[in-house]
Design a protein around this ligand. Structure first.
Ligand SMILES: [Zn+2]
Length: 104
């Protein structure tokens, strides 16, 4: 097994695991439940980690890199068709009126 991803944020780990599993790569989460009470361990050893089989490592790393690139560049702003509010590309829902982004 190889560790391909580790991050403090559990939500992020879950999302990245989903990316891999959607691509057919089985993964294992480690340290999933240690986050809260692990006072004696160095902080970076209690972050949740994603591990994959050795033969899946290269593909997993490529997928995660692509995912990170997408998140770093959320795309252009969009305008709510209902209330005309301008929204950042990272949002899928209008914060003003609750309208879903068209095309999502
Ligand atoms: Zn709106």
């Amino acid at each position: 097994m190889k560790r391909v991803f580790s991050v403090e944020n559990r939500m992020l780990v879950e999302r990245y695991r989903q990316v891999l599993e959607d691509a057919g790569i089985p993964c294992q989460l480690r340290n999933e439940f240690l986050g809260g009470g692990a006072g004696e361990l160095p902080v970076n050893e209690v972050w949740p980690e994603i591990w994959v089989a050795d033969e899946d490592e290269d593909r997993a790393r490529a997928l995660l890199a692509a995912q990170q690139a997408r998140e770093a560049d959320p795309g252009p702003d969009w305008t709510c068709p209902r209330c005309k509010e301008t929204l950042g590309g990272q949002f899928d829902v209008c914060w003003n009126c609750g309208m879903l982004r068209p095309g999502e």
